[in-house]
Design a protein around this ligand. Structure first.
Ligand code: GYE
Length: 345
């Protein structure tokens, strides 16, 4: 990294001269609708050298995850100035730790990883810091106490997503004149201890606390996968505890839960159990359009370009923010048509 920054400084003067005219055709500008407008590194900065990035993705458990991986691979292409070392941890923290250690020993310019859970990163991140390799967290974050051990975070605001779910439920019950009624909620949780699970739970709970008539009557783990969620929903149904609302912390789990519910002959959506889902993948948005899912809280996986721009800034020796967030929306039958056609994942 030091080597690269030195080189960047040497070429700073040249870069300034070239910036307005000559550089323009080479600079790849981010689309204007991205949360941030940075640039990739220009050929002048790179001087034929690629920025090596070690990326430990946590797995491929969901449609969201696959879209996120694709977005990173697209943005960190060689023609954009990056050399990507990709590693799939297959849902195991120990695999992520091993991958990060191997990136350190290869002396990459930057390490990116999506932490499967929040805890347990102190030692390996201290090793990265000693090696002076900047670390960027992608999508999921880590324990607050380890904040000094990474350079920046690029991802989504999970707590806000959870709050969005609660706010939607408030307006749904208000719209149906059900504000005073007892509301029984079943929750399908994503990977326990992940910032996605904790953030979404915490955000939703903030709204729930304001409604003494809202009760979480069932909670089960679905690990963000369809298969686990289907089993979990079958268990919930077997328990015989009735519920009015299903809060499922990602679309893939929602698909599994919907299968179990439909096999049991239980309707969902407008005329049945109200379903709240997260991610807003195309397949789920179609179910929103059909009225099977009531609302899908978006979690935008296309963070590759924003990530590339943050890496470029770090490589230039510029200051970066501690966190960069993607913009997330909320989709119901009323606005889902606007996005369904263009949804790439
Ligand atoms: O919602 C889910 C996934 O961390 C935001 O992880 C991510 C979550 C996403 O696999 O589908």
């Amino acid at each position: 990294m030091k080597r690269r920054i030195r080189r960047s400084l040497c070429f700073l003067a040249l870069l300034c001269l070239l910036l307005c005219s000559a550089c323009a055709p080479f600079c790849v500008t981010l689309p204007s609708d991205t949360a941030d407008t940075g640039e990739y590194l220009s050929p002048e900065e790179l001087r034929g050298d690629l920025v090596s990035v070690g990326f430990s993705q946590l797995g491929s458990e969901s449609l969201w995850r696959r879209a996120n991986t694709e977005s990173v691979e697209q943005a960190l292409r060689e023609e954009n100035g990056y050399f990507l070392l990709f590693h799939n941890a297959r849902q195991k923290q120990e695999n992520q730790i091993k991958a990060i250690r191997s990136f350190i020993s290869q002396n990459v310019d930057c390490i990116v990883f999506s932490p499967i859970t929040e805890e347990g990163w102190t030692t390996v991140l201290e090793e990265a810091r000693k090696a002076e390799i900047p670390v960027i967290l992608l999508d999921r974050s880590i324990d607050r106490r380890d904040e000094a051990l990474y350079t920046s975070f690029v991802g989504e605001d999970m707590e806000q997503e959870g709050r969005n779910a609660g706010l939607w439920l408030e307006s749904y019950t208000r719209g149906r004149g059900m504000e005073e009624q007892e509301l029984r909620i079943a929750v399908l949780r994503g990977t326990r201890g992940s910032s996605a699970q904790r953030g979404r739970s915490m955000g939703f709970d903030r709204i729930l606390e304001k409604h003494p008539n809202w009760h979480i009557v069932q909670q089960a783990d679905g690990d963000f996968t369809t298969a686990k969620a289907k089993e979990a929903m079958q268990d919930i149904l077997r328990s015989g505890v009735p519920f009015d609302v299903l809060l499922s912390q990602n679309d893939d789990m929602t698909f599994g839960a919907l299968e179990a519910l439909s096999e049991a002959g239980i309707p969902t959506g407008e005329d049945g159990i109200a379903v709240i889902s997260f991610d807003a993948c195309k397949q789920a948005l179609k179910l929103v359009e059909q009225g099977v899912i009531n609302v899908d809280i978006e979690c935008n996986p296309e963070s590759g370009e924003l990530l590339a721009s943050v890496i470029a800034r770090i490589m230039r020796g510029e200051e970066v923010e501690k966190a960069y967030y993607m913009e997330d929306r909320v989709f119901t039958k009323d606005n889902v048509r606007e996005v369904i056609g263009n949804r790439g994942y």
